[in-house]
Every structure is written in structure tokens, then in C-alpha cells.
Design a protein around this ligand. Structure first.
Ligand code: HEC
Length: 84
């Protein structure tokens, strides 16, 4: 019984981590000011969440290709950066 409870707790934490994976996990590894513009630069350029998502979708970089059909992830990242 104890083992089952411990397993449940581990599972809940594992799912919570996946659900929270956002800008810092998915984007910041490239958007660090070296490989790609960092947060501050992108916030300079995009004033709204819609701008931000559009800029990401219009990016010519092959590195952004895998995010282009993921508007929900881009929107979540925009929200995380404080854009509305
Ligand atoms: C594999 C590396 C990589 C990852 C991961 C990545 N990006 Fe990018 N991103 C780039 C590169 C490279 C560019 C092109 C930068 C340029 O044109 O100067 C770019 C461009 C962008 C742009 C357009 C910036 C501009 O100024 O026009 C936005 C917005 C953006 N990314 C958002 C995101 C978001 C949000 C995520 C996470 C969901 C993400 N990126 C993940 C590499 C990455």
C-alpha cells in the first residue's frame, strides 16, 4: 500500500513537470542571446502575443520549424513572457 502511494506521488509530480514545461525548457536553450534572440530582444520586437506567435511562425530559421504548427505552445510561451 505504501508503495502504491509513493508511486502515485511520483507520477503526479512527473505529470506536473511535463505540464509546466514552458519557455525555460523549450525555448530558452536556443533563445539565449547567442543561438537566437533572448527574451529581452524578442519582447522589444513583439508587443503582443499575436505579434510574437506571428514572428515565430514567420521565422526563416530551420530551428523554428518544429514550432510552426504549435501555435498553442507559442502562445503559452508568449503568455509566460508577459505578452497579452
Ligand atoms: C533549436 C533552437 C530553437 C528553439 C528550441 C526555439 N527557437 Fe525560436 N528561434 C530560433 C532561431 C535560430 C530563430 C531565428 C533568429 C533570427 O532570425 O535571428 C528563432 C526565432 C524565433 C522568433 C522570431 C524572433 C524574431 O525576432 O523575429 C520567435 C518569436 C521565437 N523564435 C520563439 C520561440 C519560442 C516561443 C520557442 C519555444 C516554444 C522557441 N522559439 C524555440 C531557434 C530556436
Amino acid at each position: 500500500m505504501k508503495k502504491a502511494v509513493a508511486l502515485m506521488i511520483i507520477l503526479v509530480f512527473a505529470f506536473a513537470t511535463v505540464a509546466m514545461a514552458g519557455y525555460d525548457d523549450k525555448c530558452a536553450k536556443c533563445h539565449n542571446g547567442k543561438t537566437a534572440p533572448d527574451k529581452a530582444k524578442m519582447l522589444e520586437k513583439s508587443k503582443t502575443a499575436a505579434d510574437f506567435v506571428k514572428a515565430a511562425e514567420e521565422s526563416k530559421s530551420p530551428m523554428m520549424k518544429s514550432f510552426k504548427d504549435k501555435a498553442d505552445e507559442l502562445k503559452a510561451a508568449a503568455a509566460e513572457l508577459g505578452l497579452k
